[in-house]
Ligand binder design. Sequence first.
Ligand code: MSP
Length: 647
Amino acid sequence: MSSYYLTTPIYYVNDHPHIGHIYTTLVADTIARYRRLCGDEVYFLTGTDEHGQKIERAAAERGIPPIELADEVVSRYHSLWAELGISHDDFIRTTEERHTRGVEAIVARIAATGDFYVSRHEGWYCAACENYYTEKELLPGHRCPDHEIETELRSEENVFFRLSKYQDRLLEWYDSEPCPVAPPSRANEVRQFVAQGLRDLSVSRATVEWAIPFPAHEGHTIYVWLDALSNYITALGYDGDEVGDLYRSLWQGDGVRLHLVGKDILRFHAVYWPAFLMSAGLPLPTTVWAHGWWLRDAQKISKTVGNIVRPDDLMKSFGTDSLRYFVLREMVFGQDASFSDEAFIDRYNSDLANDLGNTTSRLVTLSRRAFGDCLPPRRGAGGALATAAATAIAEYRRTMDEFAFSRALEALWRLLSQTNQYLVAHEPWKKLKDPAASGEVAEVLWNAMEAVRVVANGLLPFLPEKAPQVLAALGVEPGGELSALEWGGLPTGAELPAVTPIFPRIDKKAYLADAGDAPPVGKPAKKPKRQKKEAAEKPEMIQIDQFFETQLRVAEVKAAEAVPKSKKLIKLTVDVGEDSERTVVAGIAGQYEPEALVGRQVVIVANLQPAKLMGVESNGMVLAAEADGAPILLRPEKPVPNGTRVK
Ligand code: MSP
């Protein structure tokens, strides 16, 4: 068993987490879960970066001590990681004593090699990067090239680290096989940066108090990046000569030591950190992997623009696994990706609710109907579907090993689509009542459900909550090893639980209207410049039994009133027969006066999951034809009893 140590960046505590922060951690968690299935001895570290001027200033703005701010944000991180099912083994805070001790030990080792010297320093300082820039690196107006905020000209006496001394060794390191910096495009950037020549690095600050004091340099504190980067070994118990077992096995052993980082902090991890370690005579990471940036509607996410994507609402509306799925499916690991509410809902409805959820529940329903609430007996060796599954598994494993998560998910979804094609080709629903076809129905359903079982096992690293639910729906336990991906694991004839929806469909229009950013009726949504074409909802053919899953009924409007503060919504009380009344919210206020609706019959979707619209719970949806963006209500040609089924 080989060791697999992986880390996320440690997050600044000056702000609460957004999608960019959770992304690295979700990727790390997916890798950790996958490697555990591969049988590796995984150790997964995350944490918080709590020192430095940025935190000092944020706390001062709130009028609280920095540690109080840190405690508050750290507790948010803890609860968020628990909600998102993050399976980290440790969470390090740079304000912990174990960390401070380790940093002092690293600084002492670097000092012993003679790689520190004191010198006066003048440069343009960005408080957000905690970094100095030269004039030519800046944007016009002396602005930081990364944060685009104004920098300050500072002159102070600092301790310097002889970074320039490590230029050749760093270049050699990048040339080692396999290249320790990934993906290759990023490795080239780093190589070029280093090849241009490295300047020594100022590693102390005379003006930052909220930091670790620099040993033997009174009045100086340790540069926050030297402090922060050290977390990767202080968390393992690195403490100078007295190293702990974890450090010995994970950092000195021959296993994987992987740092996952965003592209903006690659230089710190692929240049400064290895140089510090070289100087201290300590082993280097085996890989530094830099991913791209999340944009929103193709624009940079920023507080000033006010387009930050916070995970909280998304998790509340769609569940945490849907968020995990979206970010891993949508971003090609290494490149930038754009978040939009629409793209999120489209992915959710098409991939999770339809392809995964509906396929599972249809199969379970058919099998329960045909085999007395049980799985079918196994027949045959799986034929073409087993071959398709073997291809999908091979592709999945290869792409997971390459960190090509979106392609691994595509491979699983290809198998789902092949399963649906297989079902359409055999049409088992037409043969359920034919005793002569029972063997064929058993074979087709067993194979199709086995393919879904394989997919769900492949999804365990991505959807730790929902993938086990899909497996439970198929009457199986989640597999704890990759061998569970192999064909043949579905039991024969076992009892099947009744179907409950795993991914209830989201009403996109209602969600967007509720989120307050739906386009006004009749006007198309303005697309931000350069917005890439979002995945359009594909027109899919459905089976008749899928249509019958939707219950359409005639209902009579008994009362109607406008929803307060909404331009579009009307709250209807409708009678759906047998004296049962319910509330349905409809976006028809632009076209209809509430009073004119009373007494009128409409058609509603009667078995829709309840949804809240502007705070009012809606239990169904009124059908309307859309003409030039305006809703025109449907009604029966002549009055029929309330509750009459429409089909
Ligand atoms: N504290 C440093 C890291 C020290 S590691 C020794 C830091 N913290 S951070 O909170 O600002 O950022 C943490 C991570 O979030 C970085 O990897 C950064 O790339 C990532 N992201 C922040 N915004 C992002 C997006 N919009 N998209 C993707 N990731 C981005 O830097």
